[in-house]
Design a protein around this ligand. Structure first.
Ligand SMILES: *[C@@H]1O[C@H](CO)[C@@H](O)[C@H](O)[C@H]1NC(C)=O
Ligand SMILES: *[C@@H]1O[C@H](CO)[C@@H](O)[C@H](O)[C@H]1NC(C)=O
Ligand SMILES: *[C@@H]1O[C@H](CO)[C@@H](O)[C@H](O)[C@H]1NC(C)=O
Ligand SMILES: *[C@@H]1O[C@H](CO)[C@@H](O)[C@H](O)[C@H]1NC(C)=O
Ligand SMILES: *[C@@H]1O[C@H](CO)[C@@H](O)[C@H](O)[C@H]1NC(C)=O
Ligand SMILES: *[C@@H]1O[C@H](CO)[C@@H](O)[C@H](O)[C@H]1NC(C)=O
Ligand SMILES: *[C@@H]1O[C@H](CO)[C@@H](O)[C@H](O)[C@H]1NC(C)=O
Length: 607
């Protein structure tokens, strides 16, 4: 530790002496030495000074230098280096030109790019909230339950429309099973099969197969929590993303008879994760995403909500036909640490693009009308990849409208998870559990077996009575002929007896809290949950020994990112082993190749 710090200061002195003469670092070895100087928050902030000088030379010199660094270190295939850095470089350069390298935004940029200067202390801000009306009663338990209806939840489909049967499935890129130009002529060692591979995003055949299975459930409606586009993020263009979104909307419309309520995901844009705030003056805006989805979703969500998608940056509220239930779909991307556009101003912007004020307006309208609300969105609020400010502000809204918000549904992690919100995070008890975010596993086989969830819903309260996870087993021999979608587990049957759940009770936030108590005490039950995460398809050991179990349970009890136990500090460091990085990467692993992942690889290869 001490050695690292001393060494770091020494490196920094060298770096600064190189640039003190007014020369700007422009070649890859200079930039590499800047990266090598970054070992803690202070050295990261210092490194932003020469990087800012480089940014002032213009987007092209900035991106070209980063491409050269990526190539020189041979971290990724050259096409990935150039595709990714030329897409993300202009955003990072724009950020650096727009901010003071000593301000809070600079610390957050350091966190997003390098994993240093992480903070779990939100900037204090009180979301303007109308006072609760006295008439609103907490949801009560019906004495007689009516028959449940069903809702299907799908997420993270990541459909690769260039998936090619017979192409190489064992490649060196983020996703395989495509005819990549630089692999032309190479002998095929593992030919891609018709329905998918764990190193590849979903072929259209797999998505179609799932949509048919979804339709067979006779659901009242379907929710889809985003991420349509595949992970070849160094190649995506506005044309490709637009047609991918349009094609999937058409596929859902043709295969599913029930109404569908979708949300915007982080891949549903290009460059990946990139959603500039409306305070940013740029020609790289993503209004085209909202225009595309406004048109594509209108059939299901109606014209008022479709207008909202267009004007509220992808968010909308729509009443479910013939129900006293509103779906409030929120674009969570302005609260996402890997949306690099959010680091382009030193001005405090608590509610980018007015998403929170829209939520409050819609929740207040629902409360006044005596309606219940399900919030759906892509990124769950609890993990470290959600900015602690906006996670805290969302929580304020949840606390105020906890009797109106009956359900909260997300995707993004690709895993079958849940995150509990408490009225008092210092006293995490069943009685204080006020909400739960239910996270849907992914279709894409890259993080386990393809799956979706079926909820049994009480028609009076709109509470969840049961969850069934339906999956297709990628390694089953029949999968490549015709995937069989079958029950993986039934949450009520599996968890109910462990918690002592009464027969007529819903799966309330208190139930989920009690389940975490079971996990603490009963490691067999916890290991079952750990296997369920990937539908048995990609199980990583998780025990007390490496603190993984403790972190996992802590994170189950955190629907506010300031309360999770993810370790951020030190995720990047070219001069030391990336020991703590694994936990942070766990939180963001579904992002595939990002700027930071490449830097992580630099650090690992040097380590
Ligand atoms: C990079 O620039 C430095 C300083 O001008 C120079 O000494 C070095 O040779 C250059 N390296 C490359 C690879 O161009
Ligand atoms: C994939 O390629 C790697 C490296 O070439 C090789 O070690 C591995 O055995 C291959 N796996 C399969 C399933 O072909
Ligand atoms: C950004 O959106 C908010 C909320 O809708 C709005 O109040 C504000 O005027 C917009 N700002 C700009 C610069 O368009
Ligand atoms: C998937 O199928 C393989 C091969 O039949 C089997 O070994 C494995 O246990 C199955 N996985 C699950 C989760 O059922
Ligand atoms: C949770 O556990 C507490 C304490 O054992 C118990 O009083 C409560 O009824 C349980 N709640 C649920 C929903 O299981
Ligand atoms: C622990 O969990 C396992 C797996 O669900 C279950 O079979 C067992 O009965 C539980 N043990 C106790 C003491 O509840
Ligand atoms: C995690 O570990 C800490 C410190 O040892 C302990 O205080 C806490 O209770 C543990 N949490 C869980 C959920 O086991």
């Amino acid at each position: 530790m001490l050695f690292n710090q001393a060494y770091s200061l020494w490196r920094l002195a060298i770096v600064l002496s190189i640039f003190s003469g007014g020369a700007v670092a422009q070649n890859s070895s200079q930039i590499l030495s800047i990266f090598e100087s970054i070992v803690d928050c202070a050295s990261c902030l210092a490194a932003l000074i020469p990087l800012q000088a480089l940014a002032h030379l213009g987007n092209d010199p900035f991106s070209d230098t980063f491409i050269a660094v990526c190539d020189a270190a041979q971290l990724e295939d050259p096409d990935v280096c150039s595709g990714l850095m030329s897409r993300l470089g202009p955003i990072i350069a724009h950020d650096l030109r727009s901010i003071d390298t000593t301000g809070q935004t600079a610390t957050r940029l350091c966190d997003a790019l390098f994993g240093f200067c992480a903070s779990k202390t939100p900037n204090p801000f009180a979301v303007p909230l109308p006072p609760p009306s006295s008439s609103i009663a907490p949801p009560n338990t019906p004495t007689m339950r009516k028959t449940s209806f069903q809702v299907v939840h799908i997420s993270d489909v990541h459909i690769d429309r260039e998936y090619t049967v017979g192409s190489e499935a064992n490649c060196t890129k983020n996703i395989c099973c495509r005819n990549f130009a630089d692999e032309a002529g190479d002998p095929i060692t593992d030919p891609a099969q018709p329905f998918g591979n764990s190193k590849c995003d979903s072929p259209v055949s797999l998505a179609d197969s799932m949509l048919d299975a979804v339709n067979s459930f006779d659901a009242e409606f379907v929710i889809f929590t985003g991420d349509v586009v595949e992970g070849a993020i160094w190649l995506t263009t506005q044309d490709e993303v637009t047609s991918d979104l349009t094609d999937f909307n058409a596929a859902m419309l043709s295969k599913i008879t029930a109404p569908i309520f979708p949300a915007v995901g982080v891949y549903d844009s290009t460059p990946v994760n990139s959603f500039p705030r409306n305070t940013t003056d740029t020609t790289l805006g993503v209004q085209w995403v909202f225009d595309t989805q406004s048109a594509g979703w209108e059939h299901w969500i109606g014209s008022v909500a479709s207008q909202q998608v267009d004007h509220i940056s992808g968010s909308y509220a729509a009443t479910v036909p013939d129900m006293n239930l509103v779906i409030l779909s929120v674009n969570t991307q302005y609260w996402y640490r890997q949306n690099l556009w959010i680091y382009d101003s030193d001005a405090f912007q608590p509610d980018p693009n007015g998403i929170f004020s829209f939520m409050v307006e819609q929740l207040q309208a629902a409360e006044t009308a005596g309606q219940k609300v399900w919030v759906i969105g892509h990124i769950p609020l609890g993990k470290s990849d959600l900015v602690e400010d906006q996670s805290n502000y969302y929580d304020q809204i949840l606390q105020r409208y906890k009797d109106t918000i009956i359900g909260q549904f997300f995707g993004h992690s690709h895993k079958d998870q849940f995150e509990i919100a408490y009225s008092d995070y210092n006293d995490q008890t069943a009685a204080n559990a006020v909400g739960v975010g239910l996270i849907c596993p992914a279709l894409t086989p890259t993080s386990g077996n393809p799956a979706f969830k079926v909820y049994d819903v009480d028609p009076d309260t709109f509470g969840i009575m049961n969850i069934r996870v339906i999956f297709a087993n990628v390694t089953d021999p029949s999968f490549q002929e015709n995937p069989i979608w079958t029950l993986y587990y039934d949450a009520r049957e599996t968890y109910g007896p462990l918690v002592g759940l009464p027969a007529t009770s819903e799966l309330t936030p208190a139930f989920w809290h009690n389940l975490t108590e079971v996990f603490v005490a009963n490691d067999t039950a916890f290991q079952m949950f750990n296997t369920f995460l990937s539908r048995g398809g990609d199980v990583a050991p998780c025990t007390d020994a490496d603190n993984c179990k403790n972190t996992t349970i802590c994170d189950q009890r955190a629907f506010r990112s300031q309360n999770n136990c993810d370790v951020d500090e030190g995720a990047f460091g070219m001069l030391k082993r990336n020991v703590q990085g694994s936990q942070r990467r766990e939180a963001s692993e579904c992002e595939g190749v990002s700027f930071r992942d490449i830097l992580d690889e630099i650090s690992n290869s040097k380590g």
